[in-house]
Design a protein around this ligand. Structure first.
Ligand code: 5GP
Length: 204
């Protein structure tokens, strides 16, 4: 029997650069993951291709798939649906290949509930780390601006609590390297390999 692949979920607050990091991962030649193409009801942007960037579908078609239970997760984001078709993920994991999702946080939460053994990576903005020094330092920000930044930062940190790893997106190549390292070591976790060894012993 083939070992199941890993389900890797990359998420994080909006504007953090998830899409850029994901594209950089898939453009590098040493990656071994399968990208799960999402479905969306938003308008296609210039240069995008149906079936490559997204599966572009109507609201009715999308809602029909939700009703049939054919989405692993979905969310409404800025007035459109975005979601992950279930069958590709299921079939690819069953073939022993790693599947990579790049999705927003509401969807990631749903996947975590359904697939707790996945690897959950939260991409954080670098300014979340710089926040304290900026605020504590001789900042010229008004109280209102500081309060708003603190509120957003608190929300982002609360979201982070659901994940296994927090990766700072300070520079895209660095974030890509960190993500690849995490995935490589996740493959060696004892709970992921022990059954293989148990079977080997049984078959002796
Ligand atoms: P955009 O419209 O800029 O391509 O994507 C908007 C947001 O939707 C991004 O944060 C992206 O990560 C998220 N997104 C893309 N595909 C999916 C998906 O399948 N499910 C969910 N929940 N979010 C997605």
């Amino acid at each position: 029997m083939t070992e199941r692949g890993l389900l890797i979920v990359l998420s994080g607050p909006s504007g953090v650069g998830k899409g850029t990091v994901r594209k950089a991962i898939f453009e590098s030649d040493d990656n071994d993951f399968q990208y799960s193409i999402s479905m969306t009801t938003r308008q296609m942007r210039p240069g995008e291709v149906d079936g490559v960037d997204y599966f572009f579908r109507s609201k009715e078609e999308f809602e029909e798939l939700i009703a049939k239970g054919e989405m692993l997760e979905y969310a409404e984001y800025v007035g459109n649906y975005y979601g992950t078709p279930l069958s590709y993920v299921e079939e690819t994991l069953a073939q022993g290949k790693d599947v990579f999702l790049e999705i927003e946080v509401q969807g990631a939460k749903q996947v975590k509930e359904k697939v707790p053994e996945g690897v959950y990576i939260f991409l954080t903005p670098p300014d979340l780390e710089e926040l304290r020094s900026r605020i504590v330092g001789r900042g010229t920000d008004s109280i209102e601006v500081i309060d708003e930044r603190m509120r957003v930062a608190k929300e982002e940190i609360e979201m982070m609590a659901l994940y296994d790893y927090a990766i700072v997106n300070d520079e895209v190549p660095k974030a890509v390297k960190r993500i690849k390292e995490i995935i490589a070591s996740e493959h060696f976790r004892v709970e992921r390999v022990i059954n293989k060894y148990r079977k080997m012993i049984e078959e002796l």
